[in-house]
Design a binder for this molecule. Structure first.
Ligand SMILES: Cc1cc2nc3c(=O)[nH]c(=O)nc-3n(C[C@H](O)[C@H](O)[C@H](O)COP(=O)(O)OP(=O)(O)OC[C@H]3O[C@@H](n4cnc5c(N)ncnc54)[C@H](O)[C@@H]3O)c2cc1C
Length: 341
């Protein structure tokens, strides 16, 4: 069996793992290496330090489906809905703009990372493994990480944002052709900070909405009462609040540490929602590469960097920053593998 490494356990990596396993059974041995402590990537669900049941979606909030993709990716939605991983968004979101008629929104009651974990089930995943170098050796790809001995693979799929692909060292620097490099460099991402506030069970957050888009604030763009948004209010588990900053604030502060930015966000939150109860836990996260502003042109879904051994990159940078964009990318990666193996 060919040894295949998927770098990154975000939605693109995990769905690629699931599709390759289902569609090319007994041909591939699939491994996933992820630099973080857990799965999800930008579909991250963070836990309260005091209660593992009190969670908050720090990145993606809900899955918005247009009629076109509801039909095109129907089997994916049917599977997630039938297992209760997705549910219709029921709570009011103030200021949400419906960009197209007939659009549906879904939430993940267990947290948005449950989508990714569903696709990763049965995969051999190694966390805290930050890939640093990729070399060509004896017709295979040697992959080096910061925390384990290097390993040889017959094929590698890179799913991180394009600027992080360009940071990889070793032979990959010359395997990427000049024109591919120029294309990868055209990808543009917004930056944002996200803050999660965790509360004790029984705490009341008295607002009439589950989430709200904020206008006229230079720092805060979005606030959600995360458990309410996920249809998961319970007397036993404390509520959680998620705050996303504006893209402009993200750009202005992206070079700062999150510890420096956290009090700035809290100060603005106090102005928008005075009298919020005191939280028992806070997590701040910097999304340096948040959502794609300019996707990579001419390579819909993936870019094949080398045919033999196969080195492919994918992710939302080749499509768009949402569930359907990652699904499109994973499906095109699957097509490449079907032709190859
Ligand atoms: C604040 C925010 C709000 C969003 N809101 C929504 C929304 O409401 N709805 C929606 O559909 N989408 C939303 N998105 C976009 C959505 O989250 C992304 O499009 C999607 O999660 C991208 O998945 P991916 O697998 O392509 O990339 P990622 O999720 O970035 O996955 C890449 C993975 O690779 C890992 N990695 C990177 N470098 C290395 C390395 N060298 N070695 C090993 N591992 C590595 C990373 O840790 C990460 O886990 C939002 C994103 C953000 C940040």
């Amino acid at each position: 069996m060919a040894r295949v490494l998927i770098v990154g356990s975000g939605l693109t990596g995990s769905l690629s793992a699931s599709l390759l396993r289902r569609e090319l059974p007994n041909k591939l041995q699939i491994f996933v290496w992820e630099k973080a402590r857990g799965a999800g990537g930008r579909m991250n669900t963070s836990r309260s330090p005091h209660d593992p049941n009190c969670v908050a979606d720090l990145g993606a909030q809900y899955i918005t489906v247009t009629p076109f993709y509801a039909e095109k990716h129907q089997s994916f939605y049917d599977e997630l809905l039938s297992r209760g991983i997705l549910q219709p968004l029921l709570s009011p979101i103030e200021g949400m703009v419906e960009k197209e008629k007939g659009v549906h929104n879904y939430v993940a009651p267990q947290g948005i990372s449950s989508i990714v974990k569903h696709y990763l089930a049965d995969s051999e995943v190694y966390y805290n493994r930050h890939v640093t170098h990729i070399n060509l050796k004896e017709g295979k790809l040697e992959v080096c990480s910061n925390s384990a001995p290097s390993e040889m693979f017959d094929a590698v799929i890179l799913t991180m944002p394009a600027p992080q692909i360009l940071q990889l060292q070793g032979h990959i620097e010359t395997l990427i052709s000049e024109s591919q490099r120029l294309q990868l460099e055209t990808a543009r991402y917004s930056s944002r900070f996200a803050l999660a506030l965790f509360y004790e069970a029984g705490t009341q957050i008295s607002v009439p909405w589950a989430a709200k888009y904020i206008v006229n604030n230079p720092c805060i763009r979005f606030i959600s009462i995360d458990n309410k948004k996920r249809n998961s209010e319970s007397p036993e588990v404390g509520p959680s609040i998620v705050i996303h900053t504006t893209v402009q604030f993200g750009a202005q502060n992206v070079q700062k540490d999150k510890e420096e930015v956290e009090p700035l966000i809290l100060e603005q939150l106090q102005q928008i929602l005075p009298g919020l109860p005191k939280s028992i836990g806070i997590k701040c996260h910097k999304w340096r590469y948040s959502q794609v502003i300019n996707s990579i042109p001419n390579f819909p879904g993936q870019m094949t960097l080398k045919e033999q051994p196969l080195l492919v990159c994918g992710g939302d940078g080749f499509t768009q920053s949402n569930f359907d964009g990652c699904t499109e990318s994973a499906l095109t990666i699957l097509d490449v593998f079907k032709c190859h193996f």
